[in-house]
Each structure stands twice: as C-alpha cells, then as structure tokens.
Write a protein that binds this ligand. Structure first.
Ligand SMILES: *Cc1c(COP(=O)(O)O)cnc(C)c1O
Length: 377
C-alpha cells in the first residue's frame, strides 16, 4: 500500500462540465464557467470583486501592479512562506523584509511588524499558513497607522475565517490558489479578491493585456482599446469548468477534509499530551478549512528519521518551506529584520501528513498507528 501526500480533488462532475465548455465553443477566458466561479467567490467570501486568475502567484503579481510597487519599495512578509509571496513583489523591484513567525500558528508574528516599517514600506503580506488566520486586527491597525496596504496570501485560506470574516477579504487584496494541492482546484489557477471597488476597473485592465475589453464585453463601450500596461492573467474556461464542479460541492469537500483533520487530531492527541509531538494550534477566534495536518517533532534529526520510517511503511509525509531568507534569491532580494528565533527552528520540526479529499479513515488510523509505533507507544 502507498499513501500519497496529496491526490488532486475530483468530485465526478468535472468531465461533464468540461464537455459543456467545449460544446459552448467558449474555451478562452471569462466564459460561462469563469463567471459562475467568480460569482460564487464573491457571494461566499463576501467581497466587492473576485477575478479568476491563472494562479495565486499571478493574483499576487496583480496586487503588486495595482499597488504600483516601485524599485526600492519595501514589503514585509514572513520568511516561512512559498516563494510566490516574495516573487510577485521582487518582480516589481521591491525589497522583501522578512520578519519572524509565531511558533504556535507558524504565521507572521504581528508584534514584530511595526519595528520593520520604514518610510519605504508600502505593504504587508500576511500568509495564512495551513488555512489558519494571522492576527488581522493588529496587522490592519499597523497598516492604517503607517498608510500601508495589506495583501493577504490566502492561497491556503479559502473558507477559513477570522472573527467571522472570510480570509482574503480583510486586507486590501486577497489571493487564493486553485493549484492541484489546494482544497479546491482547477489544476493551475487562483483568484484575486478586491475589497475596494475603486481598484476593480484597473484590475480588469491589467488582467486583459492592458485593454478595456472587460468593459467592452459588458456592453459599456463599443470598441475596446489598449489603455494601460497589462498582462494576461485570465484562465481558460476549460479550467474554470473543472473548478466549478468543485465549488458547487464545496460543502462536501470541506466537511470531508474537516473530518480527516479531526480524526488525525483525536488519534494523535495522546502524543501531544505526553509531550512527544506538537499538534496544530487554531486560535479561538479563528475557524480553519483543514487545508493541512502537520505535526512538529522535537528536532530536524527526529523529523528526518520519522519521514524515513513512514516512507518505509508506504506513507508519504513531507516537510515544508525552507525559510526564504536562507535561499540564494532571498539573500539577494531580501533581508531578515530582527532575530530569527522561530522561523528556522519551527520549520525544521514540521512534518505534513497525507491530506486530501477522500482520504479514507482506515488510512488515517494506519498513519497514526505508525507514528505511535515510531515513538514506541
Ligand atoms: C500554493 C501557494 C501559493 C502559490 O499558488 P499558485 O496558485 O501555485 O501560484 C502561494 N502562497 C502560498 C502560501 C501557497 O500555499
């Protein structure tokens, strides 16, 4: 038996919808399925606008363009994140300022942000790790005080909440991912959520190669033209058809993942009580979406042995981000502000267990048994 770390989500109606997209003879961007997905996102998340994009990376690039990030501007983010969070701003010439994370949620330490602000700082990019929210009240307060914009990297955070608000809708911009490893997928894809309606027109222009084609399609103008600098960030309706099948069944996918997460937690809590492993922490004012189930071993050495042990038992468990400030590009384009107390230490302990839609209960039982066996329990 082999238990994979991830299996792309598939609910069964995807192929029918892709067939419909083909029959519609509308396989380019902004077709009927793209509209259904954007509308669903706007209604479910509760935001002024959701634009489907070719990836979360591209949604973040759009946010950087909308904020007019210039060479020399500074952007604050955690070092414990995926490269895209930084890349989107580095492409505009920004300098990335990394700050430490909190050891409980693995999210940016909100108490370290203000000290990293300079007169060049333009934005803060909180990353909601494992779909668990950063401390958004504090982050928004700092942003307001220093006139900074907030771009939420909510790649993992769809359907999670902070004090009742959906992640991705609290900052000025929110970025979702529909990569095959995320809760809902279209292979490669994402969405940009826009809170302030004043950015919508410019966002549509950037996404449509710098043209006002979106306005043209809505019949608001009779000819479309090149009006600004832009790119092509709209996904094919074929991909949107795949995503629509999943959004339609979002509740089923959500509940299934939450059940798996809950079972992992229950079966491993004994190890946490005995001080052998640490389990994920979800603050009381947050709800999560079971994007990920991780455990933290005592050390890098212990984690390496546990990964190897599980692999021998047919279980593919994996570690996660290498802190960006230690990577060659991180050193070139960024700097760590303050002391790295938790980022490296906690990232070396963390191990992600298999988690996907449809993961069978027996497999979770088997995985947790093997972990207990490793620790001699
Ligand atoms: C997956 C992920 C991304 C990138 O998403 P893509 O859709 O692959 O571009 C960015 N940030 C975080 C935190 C992610 O988990």
């Amino acid at each position: 038996m082999m238990i994979y770390f991830n299996n792309p989500p598939f609910v069964g109606t995807e192929l029918e919808y892709i067939r419909q997209a083909v029959e519609n003879q509308k396989i380019c961007g902004d077709g009927p399925f793209t509209k259904k997905c954007s509308q669903w996102l706007e209604e479910t998340a509760g935001t002024a606008k959701a634009l489907l994009t070719t990836s979360c990376t591209h949604a973040t690039e759009m946010a950087a363009l909308l904020l007019n990030i210039q060479p020399g501007d500074e952007v604050i983010m955690p070092a414990y994140t995926f490269v895209s969070t930084a890349d989107a701003f580095v492409l505009r010439g920004a300098k990335v300022i990394f700050v430490d994370i909190r050891p409980d949620t693995m999210n940016i330490d909100e108490t370290q942000i203000e000290d990293a602000v300079t007169e060049r700082t333009k934005a803060v990019v909180p990353v909601h790790y494992a779909g668990v929210s950063c401390e958004m009240d504090k982050i928004m307060e700092i942003a307001e005080k220093h006139h900074l914009k907030v771009v939420e990297d909510a790649a993992q955070g769809i359907l999670s909440t902070y004090k009742g608000k959906m992640l991705g809708t609290i900052g000025d911009f929110g970025c979702y991912s529909f990569h095959e490893t995320k809760n809902f997928s279209m292979g490669e894809g994402g969405a940009l959520l826009i809170k302030d309606g004043r950015y919508i027109e410019q966002a549509e222009i950037i996404r449509e190669k710098g043209t006002n084609r979106s306005k043209f399609f809505r019949g608001q103008i009779d000819k479309y033209t090149w009006v600004d600098a832009g790119s092509s960030y709209l996904p094919s309706d074929l991909n949107a058809a795949y995503l629509w099948a999943q959004l339609e069944q979002a509740d089923r996918i959500f509940k299934d993942r939450m059940k798996s997460w809950g079972l992992y937690y229950e079966l491993l809590s004994e190890l946490e009580k005995e001080g052998i492993l640490s389990l994920p922490v979800v603050p009381e004012h947050c709800t999560h979406n079971a994007h990920m189930f991780y455990v933290k071993a005592k050390s890098l050495e212990e984690r390496t042995r546990l990964i190897e042990y599980l692999k021998q038992k047919g279980i593919l468990a994996v570690f996660h981000y290498i802190p960006l400030h230690t990577a060659p590009a991180g050193r070139k384009f960024g700097a760590f502000h303050g002391e790295d107390i938790y980022t490296t230490r906690e990232s070396e302990r963390l191990l992600r267990l298999p988690m996907y839609y449809g993961l069978e209960e027996e497999k979770i039982v088997y995985i947790t048994e093997k972990i207990k066996e490793f620790y001699g329990i």
